[in-house]
Design a protein around this ligand. Structure first.
Ligand code: ADE
Length: 234
């Protein structure tokens, strides 16, 4: 699967792929990453990419011309590219989006800096627009990395153990039950004794009860969704 990052700040993005799981996926040729800098497409002498907002307002907005030319070029060279724009003015990215988008062959993330991107670029080129949450970042790069990471771990071969994909938080609208590693007793704190007894059906029931507790405490609206779905499935 190929990811293209359209960004003025390649350095911010690059570091994330230099370690751990995604680095290995790149080495195994499962993931391919490339970068496009809109500044390289600017028709202005000094590589200008932004300007003040028409109609007033604070800050600078990214001009249409460099992005139009960069994205035209990208689409001509890659007919099947799926273009995602990152902005706080969008629907929230969710786990089901990560699973759905993992089936694409090529995704490009377009990150805005400053006060955002000229709306005409989004209207012309966006296949989808995502926010990663109700807060404002200084640019879309972090958001594009969050989404790229969430998608990548659903791509075949990226995670070593595909079991870890089947029982995760949000798959059933429940948050995951707590996990413990060795030792079984650490600084006088033991792990739940049922986890140690090897009765897998009892462990499953306990984990479900703990999942429900966590969800009720941290995300009560998710518990409601879970229960509605359960009663619908009956
Ligand atoms: N750019 C700035 N803030 C953002 C957010 N919350 N999500 C996606 N892109 C952004």
């Amino acid at each position: 699967m190929k990811f293209t990052f359209v960004t003025l700040f390649q350095n911010i993005v690059e570091g994330y792929f230099q370690d751990s799981i995604l680095k290995r996926a790149i080495e195994k040729d499962i993931l391919h990453i490339e970068y496009i800098n809109p500044r390289d497409f600017s028709s202005s002498k000094h590589g200008k990419v932004d300007d003040t907002a028409v109609g007033g307002g604070a800050g600078m907005v990214m001009n249409p011309q460099p992005l139009y030319d960069a994205l035209n070029d990208l689409k001509i060279k890659n007919r099947d590219v799926h273009l995602i724009f990152l902005t706080p003015v969008a629907k929230s990215f969710r786990q089901n989006d990560a699973k759905r988008l993992a089936k694409k062959s090529h995704i490009a993330f377009v990150s805005g800096r400053y006060e955002g991107i000229d709306e005409r670029v989004i209207e012309k080129y966006a296949d989808e627009v995502f926010s990663i949450g109700d807060y404002i970042l200084t640019g879309g790069e972090l958001a594009s990395l969050v989404i790229c990471d969430a998608i990548s771990r659903n791509v075949d071969g990226v995670l070593g153990n595909s079991d870890s994909l089947t029982i995760e938080s949000f798959e059933t609208n429940l948050l995951e039950a707590p996990s413990f590693s060795k030792p079984e007793n650490y600084e006088n704190n033991g792990v739940p004794s049922e986890y140690l007894k090897g009765n897998h059906s009892k462990i499953r029931s306990l984990k479900l009860a703990l999942s429900e507790c966590k969800t009720k405490f941290f995300r009560p609206e998710q518990l409601l969704k879970h229960r509605t779905r359960k009663s619908y499935e009956k």
